[in-house]
Design a protein around this ligand. Structure first.
Ligand code: SF4
Length: 448
């Protein structure tokens, strides 16, 4: 039973010191009850109270890590139903399934395609997260394919089988790499729980419907398995959406512990072999609320849009996307090339950068850390002001790479040119175009 705000308040020091970032203990208690704060934020809470509040302090959705090393991923740990309430925490993992019954050449092709499925967007790397190996009823083959795929792709594994002998055989070979075991069912529950405990691996539980899967999860937790993933085995895309929303709402709003785990989805099972429909269903899973999404292929035409969708949904709305603050080069610039400056709001950077590229003329672009704000907003907020621009230019070392001392500022902040000249003795300040789209013409006019 979830604790109420008043239950929690009774356990707090009631000094209203504000050290938790909230003005009063009562307000902090209310936030804790709603999963919007962490007990650790109060440095004065007693050990006794910590023990009493452990259920309220526990995250409503457990984080589960699959794999080890640089490509390991964690799903879960979400605290809100909607991204705009705060932020989503761990992006859904998207991967591909291979059948152990396929030929070695086919399996190698899948593993290689998964490893190569890497994209960069707004300076962030996005990649295929894992390979799921589906059993064929042959323990030796399943084990060999699991080993082959792990070595070839370097990615975390999901081992899919309902046969305990087959699963046990593969775990003997790759269990140390912490694959996700998929899945314990009513029929295989005891043996799969034992395998998960023996190898210290996360365990998926599969049963039809949220109620049945909650029952298996509760039994697995009672048996000592901590890292659990839910599979409600939906028969249609509509049932999948219903189950995902029900599970997430039960965990976060109702604080129903048996459903407080991430989920795994197989959109291809619902799409009848239609790859386009599978991709559409996967998009629905990313939006609501699949955690581990298993696809039948990783062709760029489906991975890139899904990864972009994921990137947008799992970006923290409280923190604007930012480009790295540094000097960027365009078109092999030399000592005479012009130096532009702008802010590190991603959209601003990419618009300015694309126009500089389009000009096909060499230049430098200094991206000033303005806490991710666009030019005018940053200026109004005091983040893109002469003092800050001068500090950036001086620290960047650009003056050793150019023979002139001219900096070109966006036309939108023409009003700072005088003050910037005072901040940068020995430099001249030129006001550039108001719109980035006019940069190519501006550069050509200067060169002629
Ligand atoms: S830090 Fe603790 S004692 Fe201080 S106001 Fe917050 S909850 Fe109360």
């Amino acid at each position: 039973m979830a604790l109420t705000g008043l239950d929690i308040f009774k356990q707090l020091p009631k000094t209203n010191c504000g050290d938790c970032g909230v003005p009063t203990c009562l307000a902090f208690a209310m936030k804790l009850a709603q999963g919007q704060a962490e007990l650790a934020s109060c440095p004065h809470v007693s050990e006794e109270a910590k023990a009493a509040l452990s259920s309220a302090a526990a995250p409503p959705m457990r984080g589960v890590t699959v794999g080890t090393g640089e490509h390991a991923f964690t799903v879960g740990e979400e605290t809100v139903m909607f991204r705009h309430d705060k932020t989503f925490v761990n992006a859904a993992a998207i991967g591909v399934a291979v059948d152990a019954s396929a030929t070695d050449a086919e399996i190698d092709a899948h593993a290689d395609a998964a490893a190569a499925s890497v994209f960069e967007r707004v300076q962030q790397e996005m990649r295929c997260g894992f390979v799921a190996v589906r059993g064929s009823g042959d323990p030796a083959r399943f084990r060999a394919v699991a080993e082959r795929v792990a070595a070839r792709s370097g990615l975390p594994l999901v081992l899919m089988s309902t046969d305990a002998t087959e699963m046990g055989s593969a775990l003997e070979a790759v269990g140390a790499s912490r694959p996700l075991i998929h899945a314990a069912t009513e029929a295989t529950f005891d043996t799969f729980v034992a395998l998960a405990q023996q190898h210290g691996c996360p365990l998926a539980v599969r049963a039809e419907g949220a109620g049945a899967v909650a029952g298996l999860a509760e039994r697995a937790a009672a048996a000592g398995v901590k890292d659990i993933v839910l599979d409600s085995a939906p028969g249609t895309a509509g049932a999948a959406l219903r189950d995902h929303v029900l599970v997430r709402r039960s965990a976060l709003v109702k604080k129903y512990a048996p459903l407080g785990y991430p989920s795994i989805t197989f959109p291809g099972e619902l799409a009848g072999g239609d790859a386009m429909l599978e991709t559409v269903y996967a998009a629905a899973d990313i939006a609501k609320y699949g955690s581990i999404i298993v696809l039948s292929g990783v062709e760029p035409w489906r991975m890139l849009p899904l990864l972009v969708l994921r990137q947008n949904i799992f970006t923290d709305p409280q923190r604007p996307m930012q480009a790295e603050s540094k000097i960027y080069e365009f078109g092999s610039p030399g000592p005479d090339s012009p130096l532009f400056v702008t802010t590190n709001f991603s959209l601003t950077y990419f618009i300015v950068a694309s126009e500089l590229e389009a000009s096909k003329m060499p230049g430098y672009l200094g991206v000033v850390d303005a806490e991710g704000l666009s030019v005018l907003t940053a200026w109004a907020a005091g983040k893109f002001v002469p003092e800050r621009i001068a500090k950036f230019v001086n620290a960047s070392g650009i003056s050793e790479r150019i023979s002139h001392h001219e900096v070109i500022i966006p036309g939108a902040v023409a009003q700072i040119s005088g003050e910037l000249t005072e901040e940068m003795p020995g430099w001249s300040v030129t006001v550039g175009p108001y719109e980035a789209a006019d940069l190519p013409a501006f550069m050509k006019a200067r060169a002629s």
